[in-house]
Design a protein around this ligand. Sequence first.
Ligand SMILES: Nc1ncnc2c1ncn2[C@@H]1O[C@H](COP(=O)(O)OP(=O)(O)O)[C@@H](O)[C@H]1O
Ligand SMILES: [Mg+2]
Length: 365
Amino acid sequence: MKRIAVINQKGGVGKTTTTVNLGAALAHHGQRTLLLDLDPQANMTVHVDKRPDMESNTLTNLLIDDTPLADLVQTTGLANLFVVPSDTSLAGVEQVLANRIGRETILRRALDKGKAEDNFDFVLFDCPPSLGVLSANALVAADYVVIPMQAEYLSLQGMAKLLEVIDLVQTQLNPNLQIACVLPCMLDSRTNLSMEVLAEIKEHFGDLLTKSRIRNNVKLAEAPSFGRSIFEHAPDSNGAQDYAEFAIEFMQKIGMHDVAEAALAALAGDEEEEEEEFEEDEEELEGEEFETEDEAAGSDEGAEGEVPEDEVTENEVTEPDAKATPQPLAEKAIATTSPEPPLDDPELVERSDEPPAAAEASADA
Ligand SMILES: Nc1ncnc2c1ncn2[C@@H]1O[C@H](COP(=O)(O)OP(=O)(O)O)[C@@H](O)[C@H]1O
Ligand SMILES: [Mg+2]
């Protein structure tokens, strides 16, 4: 059982999207995968089509009442993909556990206890955007960390603190913990800004930075409201392509070369098939002048979901080519100032959408 914490204390960087779609990809490749929603906002619970306020069995039961994991696991619409949902009750957990000894190791103990019976290949933790008890539980229970990041100015701020916390957990509570990768999400490769921030992330993280890039893709933003992963919602979209590639790279990074090879072969097979269909469609179209352009688009990008393939006759009807040469933009000036991340990051202390527990505590005082 491999345990993966998807973590970044910044909100809105792609944690939940990555957890769900990496999980769905792993499940698709035959890996029995369990998703744990550790965020009281319960976005992941919604993303896999569960309603947070209707769930009586949530992660809160495991953390507070010692309910065995097996009693909390639910199926999802996908074979091999399971979930333990959360709801807002999780927001109170930090406070309830504040004085409990061993509060950081509850999740690990629960997973260790359940290990024998439920034989999951993967457990993915979708972490909240804070570094409190819930995130600590994830890091203590995890074998690997995946850090989704936005390639934005200031996105490296806060990283120093996250790395410090990971280091602390490694030395004190979980020597097995490793950073698997840093994944750039919501990338707009048309701007020099993104490219320059990426170069900076590369400088900091070296080979931990994935080769995969998750581009900005509206289908990824839509999928949660349908309660589906990107692979069901828009299998031909850039989003599906990016997460499929990332899942394979991820498996390679953690040493699952056999499964990654098989997945890669399957992906290549799919693409060939698509290309064949594409060429058949093309033959039906008259006008040979489009052929070279379309072939280039097909091999480079894969088909974009919004536009049915057989309507793609000219590049201008597709979404602007994300891999096109970056346009010179005004932001370039900003990006060149790119600072080192400050070590004492004020942002880090606590964030505004912190669970209400903290607010209550100070109100009581
Ligand atoms: N690559 C992407 N392109 C477009 N929208 C995205 C992408 N990744 C995530 N989103 C959207 O951005 C928002 C924040 O992403 P989310 O995964 O929920 O971040 P986090 O869990 O870190 O807060 C969500 O509305 C999500 O649907
Ligand atoms: Mg989230």
